[in-house]
Write a protein that binds this ligand. Structure first.
Ligand SMILES: NC(=O)c1ccc[n+]([C@@H]2O[C@H](COP(=O)([O-])OP(=O)(O)OC[C@H]3O[C@@H](n4cnc5c(N)ncnc54)[C@H](OP(=O)(O)O)[C@@H]3O)[C@@H](O)[C@H]2O)c1
Length: 331
């Protein structure tokens, strides 16, 4: 069936500036790391992108290696763009990345100019795009001069293959150096993409302050702790969950009793706030004023509906925040 986007799609979503840049992102963005590979149902992937857009999600995050197999998520997304979004390219912010292993040999990994630019060309082909909105270096590379990696990002913009550039997984000291190089080249860093959630708070020790000082945006990945910070595992491991799918990134041994008992206590606070656990976890990430967007994953349309519902209750009382902190700190 021909897709006709919902007319009211911009009515309830929030849009935040990426730091001091002119680009706004939807407060909730959708990532295609899981559930958009060749092994997944195209119809389900398509339904999730359609629903996300109908709810005002304008930002879709990819990487060269998302699948499986690597590259498949970009191909699936390219197909959805062709099938449904031809007329809406200018309403979308599409990002991709290079930095992890993508092809064999010395030129398919890390941070060389050779790898980054070849990878971006491949990503554009897979998605059928002339340019991406944001091109990221996916992880820092200690063995390549930062000037070379940042120079490659700058060149991608000058070649018209990316509009903006971003960094992911860079520590504050690495980020600070990279931001300075990019600024000098005339391509300031738009956004940083770190992991951040109630169960991983490392960015509170310096990165958030740096981003604010530098005017760089922040988009938190895995804000639901890959699914742990939801009602998903409160009563065991569901057969259709990421853990049960034998994901290398979330294993049954990660779902400890101690963790689930914390989530159960957090869920009681969420209930008092009339939110689902997932909604409270997202609102909690968005409480940081530097946070441009939370980058969720989803395996079905109903999860996207639920996550977007987080925007109805973003405020926290001091008491609620203290209670959450004390639960998270309990051993
Ligand atoms: N830059 C990087 O290095 C990096 C690394 C990782 C991820 N990312 C980006 O971040 C995106 C999100 O990562 P993620 O998938 O780990 O994020 P996440 O939002 O923490 O976890 C997503 C998972 O949570 C569950 N879920 C989502 N909404 C739910 C709801 N309302 N109720 C119950 N369960 C819900 C689903 O699990 P089930 O599948 O079990 O249903 C879903 O697959 C990726 O797609 C990617 O774009 C970037």
């Amino acid at each position: 069936m021909t897709y006709i986007p919902c007319n009211g799609r911009y009515d309830t979503m929030k849009y935040n500036y990426c730091g001091k840049n002119g680009l706004k992102l939807s407060a909730i963005s959708l990532g295609l790391w899981h559930n958009f590979g060749d092994v997944n149902s195209y119809e389900n992937s398509q339904a999730m992108i359609r629903r996300a857009f109908d709810l005002g999600i304008t930002h879709f995050d990819l990487a060269n290696n998302y699948g499986p197999p690597p590259g498949a998520a970009e191909e699936t997304f390219g197909r959805i763009l062709r099938d449904d979004f031809k007329a809406y390219r200018d309403e979308l912010v599409i990002s991709t990345k290079a930095g992890y292993t993508m092809w064999p040999g010395p030129y398919g990994d890390f941070g060389s100019k050779k790898y980054l630019l070849a990878s971006l060309d491949q990503s554009l082909k897979r998605m059928g795009l002339d340019y991406v909105d944001i091109f990221y270096h996916h992880r820092p590379d200690e063995n390549t001069p930062l000037e070379e990696t940042m120079g490659a990002l700058d060149l991608a913009v000058r070649q018209g293959k990316a509009l903006y550039v971003g960094l992911s997984n860079y520590k504050p000291e690495q980020g600070k150096k990279a931001f300075a190089i990019l600024k000098n080249l005339g391509t300031p860093c738009l956004i940083h993409q770190p992991r951040y959630s109630m169960v991983d708070r490392w960015i509170e020790n310096g990165l958030l302050t740096l981003l604010e000082d530098e005017g760089v945006g922040c988009i938190a990945f895995s804000p639901l702790g890959k699914g742990v910070l939801t009602n998903r595992y409160l009563h065991g491991i569901p057969e259709d969950s990421r853990v049960a799918s034998q994901s290398a990134f979330l294993k049954s041994e990660d779902i400890t009793e101690a963790l689930i008992s914390k989530v159960a206590r957090l869920n009681e606070i969420a209930k008092q706030r009339e939110q689902s656990m997932a909604q409270m976890a997202l609102a909690w990430v968005l409480r940081n004023k530097q946070m441009t967007s939370v980058l969720i994953g989803a395996s079905r349309v109903s999860q996207i509906d639920d996550c977007v519902g987080a925007l109805q209750r973003l405020d926290f009382s001091t008491e609620e925040l203290e209670k959450i902190d004390s639960i998270l700190k309990d051993q």
